[in-house]
Every structure is written in C-alpha cells, then in structure tokens.
Design a binder for this molecule. Structure first.
Ligand SMILES: Nc1ncnc2c1ncn2[C@@H]1O[C@H](COP(=O)(O)OP(=O)(O)O)[C@@H](O)[C@H]1O
Ligand SMILES: [Mg+2]
Length: 264
C-alpha cells in the first residue's frame, strides 16, 4: 500500500511517476481568523484542479459541512472515526463539488483529545488512519479547532504542511510565532513545512497594506497570497456555498485559487 508521505514529494522512478497524497492542516492558536473558510475554499480549488480531495473536519463546531451546504445526521460520534476498523473514506460524504468529499464533525470531537490519551501512540493515530486511505485521495485538508491539544497535535503530525492564517495584527503574528515555537520543539513536527498567510486583509486600509509588506519583507514563511476581507465571503457563508460558486470571477474566489496554487 502507498503510505502517505508527510514530505509529499513526487516519487518517480524509471517509467513511473506517483505523487503521494498531500496533507495540509489549517491550524492556529487563535479562533475566528479564517481557518475553516480557507480550508473549505482551498479544498474546492484543489478539487477543481483535478485532485481527488478530502476535507476532514476535526472541529466540534462542524462549520465545514455548514459552509458546503451539507446536512448530515451522523449515526455514530465523529470522535470515533479515527479508531474504527473500517477505513476513513467510508465515513466521508460527497459534496456538490466534483472530486470533493468531507468527513463531517460533531460535538463529540471536543473529547477527541481525551479519547486519544487513552490509546497507544496517540500522536501517530490520525496519521495511521490517513495512511490507510493514501490511495483514495490526492489531497487531504484538515480543518482544526483553535488551540493546540492532543487531537490537534495528532492531526499536525499527520500533515505534511501546516497552514496558519494571520490576521493583520501584531497579536496574530505573535500567536503564529508561538505556534512555530511549539512545532519546532517537537522532533517530528519541527521537520514539517509551516506556512502563514495573511487573512482578512482590508486592502483600502494603508496600515494593513504596510502590515502585509513588512511581514513579507521580514520573513520567508509567509505566503505571497493574501485573502481580502470581503462581503463576498460572508454572503457565500450565508448561502452555504463555496465562494467560487457564489461569486465566480470575484475577488475572494481569485484569492483562494491563488492560495491553493501557491500551496500546491
Ligand atoms: N476573507 C474573509 N472576509 C470576510 N469574512 C471572513 C473572511 N474569512 C472568514 N470570514 C468570516 O470570519 C468568521 C470566522 O471565520 P472562520 O473561517 O470560521 O475562522 P476560524 O475557522 O479560524 O475560526 C466567519 O464568520 C467567516 O465568515
Ligand atoms: Mg474553524
């Protein structure tokens, strides 16, 4: 079986070219910074680009399905999904976007950290669950709750790239640095790619433009793509649609497409 490769590189030999499953975790110490919105819209762009894409909602709030207009009634608690015998993809539901599936969340996920604690090698648990579906998907996106508990840590260990939104404020940069310090302190996580991107930037505010340029000039772990704060995103959320469907050709859709392309 093809194991998923955290380094997510193209594996090629004579006459072969196999691209390993790529796992991106959208995470942050802070809540309300645009993780879920970015995770969903980047997943949509990944699927539109031809990748078989899975988004695994690990946040008890379950906003991923809400944003994609999916209503599910889970038969068993979502927190059990990583521990079940059957492979993960059997718990995924199809979205209205071609090639995009979702593993839904529910409130039981607030206990995932505690449930992991009772298992052997808890930090490797989610990676092991993903290993088993490595042939089913090209891209997996993990939408994580704010903060860093054992469940988030296990998800980060399963990812090849950790993607952190930074809203235009010094406190947000500070929490990005706290996140980086946390990752660097772990032998395995320290080797993962960690990238920030500026989220919810108001382009007409000069202070925020300066913020973006200063951040880009002073460090090499912040992506060039920034996501504008726009009513398109809020309206798409109200209509429970990806921005590229609610506002095709709009600024927000272009930004999430660029974010996917830069990450890919
Ligand atoms: N680019 C944006 N422009 C305007 N509002 C946004 C944008 N991104 C997110 N939001 C809004 O901000 C709130 C928090 O976003 P969300 O993605 O749920 O953050 P998180 O997952 O980090 O908690 C939501 O109401 C969402 O609609
Ligand atoms: Mg969220």
């Amino acid at each position: 079986m093809l194991r998923h490769d955290p380094a997510s590189v193209a594996v090629s030999g004579p006459g072969t070219s196999v691209v390993a499953m790529r796992v991106l975790a959208f995470a942050a110490v802070k809540g309300g910074v645009g993780k879920t919105t970015a995770a969903v819209n980047v997943a949509v762009e990944a699927a539109n680009s031809g990748a078989r894409t899975l988004i695994w909602d690990l946040d008890p709030q379950g906003a991923t399905c809400h944003l994609l207009g999916i209503d599910v009634d889970l038969k068993r608690p979502a927190s059990q999904i990583p521990f079940r015998k059957r492979p993960l993809h059997r718990d995924a539901v199809k979205s209205s976007v071609k090639r995009l599936s979702v593993i839904p969340a529910d409130m039981s996920l607030r206990n995932l950290g505690l449930e992991l604690e009772a298992k052997k090698a808890p930090k490797r648990r989610l990676a092991r669950a993903l290993d088993r579906i490595a042939e089913k998907f090209d891209v997996v996106i993990l939408d994580l709750p704010a903060g860093i508990d054992l469940a988030v840590e296990s998800a980060l260990q399963a990812s090849g790239t950790m993607v952190v939104p930074i809203v235009p404020s010094t406190l947000s940069v500070r929490s990005f640095d706290q996140f980086r310090e946390f990752a660097a302190a772990d032998r395995r996580l320290g080797k993962r790619q960690l990238l920030g991107f500026v989220s919810m930037l108001e382009p007409t505010r000069h202070r925020q433009q300066d913020f973006y340029h200063e951040l880009r000039d002073s460090r090499d772990d912040v992506l060039e793509t920034w996501i504008p704060a726009t009513v398109e995103v809020e309206r798409a959320c109200d209509r429970r649609l990806p921005v590229s469907i609610a506002f095709p050709g709009g600024r927000a859709a272009a930004a999430y497409k660029a974010l996917w392309e830069e990450l890919a």
